[in-house]
Ligand binder design. Structure first.
Ligand code: CO
Length: 208
């Protein structure tokens, strides 16, 4: 595939922006002030800003396979730290999606090499919620529920971080769990009880 079209598209995009506002890029170059940190899957079908109708400057984004927040992952934890402490975002969203290949892979007994330790974290989510998941007979329903529970557990992982605990107490930072339905395009709010979750696990994870 020849990638020249990308540069042609970029020119068109720049012209569109400048037609609407001649200072667009000059203003954008000054600073970023996003309200929201979005943690999503790397899946090519699940965009970040696009599906929320937001544009440049509005969302700080981190994406990886299956939207994971793993405590020893310096990449994800640095993004969270920077967003919360320095950019002072007021919302963190973990957005999973139905049809997630990472979650599906974690439900199968297959050696996937270097992916094993990454996917093991999703197997841990399965283990934590084994009772509920094993009670679901339909495979597709079970798979979709694991996608949702994985989002929930990644929200829990965020709560384990000192910077998130501190920002919640000091300025009411909220963690949200969403799922994007790739079959309909709809975004679903899992309505995770962030404060309830936080209170429930604080006995063990309180840091600050
Ligand atoms: Co995915």
């Amino acid at each position: 595939m020849n990638l020249d079209f990308v540069f042609e598209n970029n020119k068109k995009w720049v012209n569109e922006k400048l037609n609407n506002n001649k200072d667009y890029f000059e203003d954008m170059g000054k600073e970023q002030n996003p309200e929201l940190l979005y943690i999503g899957c790397s899946d090519s079908r699940v965009t970040a800003e696009d599906l929320m109708g937001m544009g440049p400057g509005e969302v700080f984004v981190h994406r990886n396979i299956a939207n994971m927040v793993i405590g020893t992952d310096l990449n994800a934890t640095s993004v969270v730290e920077y967003a919360v402490v320095h950019l002072k975002v007021n919302h963190i969203v973990v957005c999973g999606h139905y049809g997630c290949g990472g979650v599906k892979a974690a439900m199968q007994s297959e050696d996937l090499g270097i992916l094993n330790p990454w996917l093991r974290n999703i197997r841990d989510v399965y283990r934590i919620h084994k009772k509920e998941l094993n009670a679901i007979e339909d495979q597709q329903t079970k798979y979709e529920r694991l996608v949702e529970l994985n989002v929930q557990e990644q929200c829990v992982n965020l709560i384990k971080m000192a910077s998130v605990q501190k920002a919640f107490r000091q300025k009411g930072l909220i963690v949200h769990g969403w799922v994007f339905d790739i079959h309909t395009g709809n975004l679903k709010d899992l309505k995770i009880d962030f404060e309830g979750l936080l209170n429930k696990i604080m006995e063990i994870y309180h840091l600050d």
